[in-house]
Design a binder for this molecule. Structure first.
Ligand code: DGI
Ligand code: FE
Ligand code: FE
Ligand code: FE
Length: 187
């Protein structure tokens, strides 16, 4: 990995999160080979996917406003959701990424969205199944990701939605739209 990129990322998001990003990248590369997608794009999107997940959480909202991100009600109630859109802006401004597809996959990596691109899907599910994720049921989704990408994402989203309901958290409309789209497509 590029030394400067590595150092900059570690400074912003910490070594643990950087190592997670490396694992997401390796997983995403495996998926990219399976689904014949542009590996160079995958590498950039995956290594940067959490670049907005600053260790300094206090400033997240302020940074979002500074970058002109429209913070919706759901994000206000759950600042965790800001790191996707914020990361997309950081990738653009700080890491000079111009490719819209890469920037969008970073933006939507937490919620998903309607009609996801193959790059969106690979980043989303690689984040969910990277080797250190160890929650119940992850192995099934890990295997499924290499057999039926849409089905694995649908399962991951449904598990996430059920988890959020259990935590009494609100579901972002993009998460709902992403799931609805996949359900309609699978019928
Ligand atoms: O950044 P990571 O931890 O690597 O992973 P991520 O960006 O996928 O974030 C996962 C978290 O985001 C997890 O705690 C569930 C939460 N999340 C995902 N979709 C929604 C959500 N939280 C809310 N409130 N609403 C959502 O729709
Ligand atoms: Fe994330
Ligand atoms: Fe995720
Ligand atoms: Fe992540």
């Amino acid at each position: 990995m590029d030394k400067q990129l590595k150092e900059s990322l570690i400074e912003d998001i910490g070594e643990k999160r950087y190592n997670h990003s490396l694992r997401v990248m390796e997983t995403a590369i495996d998926l990219g080979q399976k689904y014949c997608t542009d590996i160079d794009k995958i590498k950039i999107a995956a290594i940067l996917h959490d670049c907005g997940k600053f260790m300094d959480r206090e400033n997240l909202l302020k940074m979002a406003y500074d970058f002109g991100i429209i913070v919706d009600t759901c994000m206000e109630h759950n600042p965790e959701l800001i790191h996707g859109p914020l990361g997309s802006k950081i990738a653009e401004k700080k890491y000079k990424i111009k490719d819209r597809e890469i920037l969008e996959s970073i933006c939507y990596h937490t919620t998903g969205r309607e009609n996801m691109t193959i790059l969106d899907k690979i980043v989303y599910i690689a984040d969910y199944i990277e080797p250190c994720r160890n929650f119940p049921g992850v192995e099934e989704i890990r295997n499924l990701a290499f057999k039926d990408l849409d089905k694995s994402i649908l399962l991951a989203m449904e598990k996430t939605i059920i988890f959020l309901i259990g935590e009494n958290k609100i579901i972002h409309p993009d998460t709902v739209k992403a799931r609805n789209f996949l359900v309609i497509k699978s019928n």
